[in-house]
Design a protein around this ligand. Structure first.
Ligand code: ADP
Ligand code: MG
Length: 626
């Protein structure tokens, strides 16, 4: 016969969980009350899961138990207990979920904590929320019994050090009981009043009753099922906070209520910050999907197009079939309908925000603009709806963001194209030689400096009948606008100019496709233009980002025959002694252009050449006989 003591197994936590526990149990976090939020959130998940199983499975232990959460307190013993009638855990699940195996999130959590994020705001997001209990607990015992009738009950015990114990338990009912022996300095939580207050602050919208003693402490309302006229702003914000653990108020929310042809009750939010997007792994997004308040899916990804994955919220529809596997939900016709309704309402709300509150829209655009661009590139059928949401800096906006419609309003007489300039940063595009002709003709140019832009502009071929044109297109026909009579500038004679062009060709070799005269440059000595068709050109940029070894095909070098530097260089090149200097200058001019285009493979490599040019300039400036 086995001795009782031998039934207790001792197991080790993984190293990163040990580290996490160590931090939690020894630090004095101000917000340690959130341990209760995490326990209730787990209990609520477990209740939703058993509720869902019961839709299709009759063979569930305790099938008529009330779905509820109960917190009880023993002030004398300084303990609290949080019990639920949820799905419970088998022995293996207990080990996997609270012990040894899972928790790759622990590392990520610790790292994010080190970066200065607030513990209470992030702990729920890494799959380690349960351990928050060790901020207040000396010892924790989790006794659980799975809904599977044949699984037994087990107890997990830990004091928050490096090991935990596991032992068979006596528990007749389905569900989980978390018993907490509070630390002496966490005594305040052994009070019904205090627990009720915490429940109201963090768990008010949990849809199962939370009893503290005999009283239900939470409001339990599914506010998305209430008429929007009865829900005030604070309630929307509160609900958002409890839904997302995002403590900043959302940028935008709307409440969609519709009954035909499909029932929809939905509240959607656009978060203000981008933090969430960074913290969250890419697959961890989606809306909560309910059917008559029963949670069908925690993160449904079919209710909005993928590029709108930054949106948070809930959708409830009685038309979503209940008794179906989760996989078939996505193919239901109701989902298709809801998706169209949500998408168009969201885009409309964003458009209104752009018109009515440009400042808030700017915040939106900075946080989520890349997602809208992704939509323009990927949602071919819906692209036109998204165009009013786009914003860009331009050559005339002084750093402000401009909508395409504003650009269109400012177009010149005779202008039929929307001009854009692709580059790596605002600072470099502002100095681009391509702008010479546009500046002198008073034409506005969109600056596309986000890496996604080259990709997006493939799909954005036109706006309201005006096609988009890249300013580095050598064949652009610019509308002539009257500009102040240009000073006649001396230009290089044809013959020396031809010789200089030959010299450029010789020095640069295969690195340029051609060298020729420019018809458009004014203040810049030269520029690079692309050979090949429009979309192929823009794609070169995308490929350069995506493919490690991709080399941008050689471009055409255009030279400004009237520029002082070009004229001097021509004179210099007639003197054999100056050969090395001429060659260095040509090389440097070419590198400067690559830099301005954002195409230079290694700017630091230019430094020795620049030094050599500086040396020669310094020597030339000194008196001859030095
Ligand atoms: P998360 O809830 O983000 O997954 P937690 O650390 O809070 O991370 O919980 C880890 C896991 O432990 C849960 O995913 C769940 O599988 C299990 N668990 C925790 N509490 C309960 C409970 N009351 N009932 C059933 N399972 C639970
Ligand atoms: Mg949890």
């Amino acid at each position: 016969m086995m001795a009782e003591a031998q039934k207790v197994e001792s197991l080790e936590f993984r190293a990163e969980v040990q580290q996490l526990l160590n931090i939690l149990s020894h630090s004095l976090y101000k917000e340690r009350e959130i341990f209760l939020r995490e326990l209730i959130s787990n209990a609520s998940d477990a209740l939703h899961r058993v509720q869902f199983v019961q839709l299709t499975n009759d063979d569930v232990l305790d099938s008529d138990a009330e779905l509820a959460i109960r917190a009880t307190i023993d002030e004398e013993a300084n303990t609290i207990t949080v019990a639920d009638t949820g799905i419970g855990m088998t022995r293996d699940e207990l080990v996997e979920n609270l012990g040894t195996i899972a928790h790759s999130g622990a590392m990520a959590f610790l790292k994010t904590l080190e970066e200065g994020h607030k513990l209470e705001e992030i702990i729920g997001q890494f799959g380690v929320g349960f351990y928050a209990v060790f901020m207040v607990a000396e010892e924790v015992r989790v006794t659980t019994r799975s809904y599977l009738p044949e699984a037994g009950a087990w107890t997990w015990i830990s004091t928050g050090d490096s090991t935990y114990r596991l032992t068979p338990a006596e528990k007749a009912e389905r569900g989980t009981v978390v018993e907490i022996q509070l630390k002496e300095e966490a005594k305040e939580f052994a009070s019904p009043w205090r627990l009720e207050q915490i429940v109201q602050a963090y768990s008010n919208y949990v849809s199962f009753p939370i009893y503290v003693g005999d009283e239900v402490a939470n409001q339990q309302t599914a506010i998305w099922r209430q008429p929007s006229s009865e829900v005030d702003e604070d309630a929307y914000h509160d609900f958002y906070r409890q839904l997302t653990m995002d403590f900043e108020a959302p940028l935008l929310h709307f409440h969609l209520v519709s009954d035909v042809p499909v029932e929809i009750r939905s509240i959607l939010y656009v978060p203000r910050g981008r933090d969430q997007g960074i913290l969250r792994s890419r697959t961890d997004y989606g809306l909560k999907l309910y059917s008559r308040k029963v949670l069908i899916q925690d993160r449904n990804k079919d209710l909005l197009p993928e590029y709108l994955r930054f949106v948070e919220g809930v959708v409830d529809s009685a038309d979503i079939p209940l008794n179906v596997a989760r996989e078939t939900v996505q193919s239901s016709r109701a989902i298709g309908h809801i998706r169209r309704a949500l998408r168009s309402r969201l885009i409309k709300s964003l458009q209104e925000l752009g018109e009515e509150d440009p400042e808030a829209y700017q915040v939106f655009w900075e946080a989520w603009g890349p997602f809208i661009k992704e939509g323009v590139a990927t949602d071919l059928a819906g692209r036109d709806d998204l165009l009013p949401l786009l914003r860009f800096p331009t050559s005339k906006s002084g750093g402000d963001l401009v909508a395409l419609s504003e650009y269109a309003e400012r177009m010149q007489e005779g202008q039929t194209e929307i001009y854009y300039l692709l580059g790596d940063s605002l600072r470099s595009v502002e100095r681009s030689p391509h702008l010479d002709a546009f500046r002198s003709n008073d034409l506005e140019v969109l600056y596309l400096v986000d890496p996604l832009d080259a990709f997006m502009v493939q799909s954005l071929r036109e706006f309201e009948g005006n096609s988009l044109a890249n300013v580095d297109d050598p064949d652009l026909d610019l509308p002539e606008t009257e500009s102040p009579a240009d000073q006649p500038t001396p230009e290089l004679e044809p013959e020396p100019f031809a010789r200089l062009i030959a010299r450029f060709r010789k020095v640069l070799g295969d690195r340029v496709a051609e060298v020729r005269e420019s018809r458009v440059l004014k203040g810049s000595p030269c520029r690079l233009v692309s050979s090949g068709g429009g979309s192929e050109r823009d794609l070169q940029r995308v490929r350069r980002l995506l493919e490690e070894d991709y080399e941008v095909p050689a471009k055409i070098l255009e030279i400004n025959r009237t520029h002082r530097l070009i004229r001097d260089l021509s004179r210099l090149s007639e003197q054999p002694a100056a050969d090395p200097l001429v060659d260095l200058t040509i090389e440097q001019l070419f590198d400067n252009l690559l830099l301005l285009e954002g195409l230079h493979p290694g700017p630091a490599e230019m430094v020795p050449r620049i030094h050599s040019l500086l040396e020669q300039a310094a020597a030339a400036a000194l008196p001859e006989d030095d």
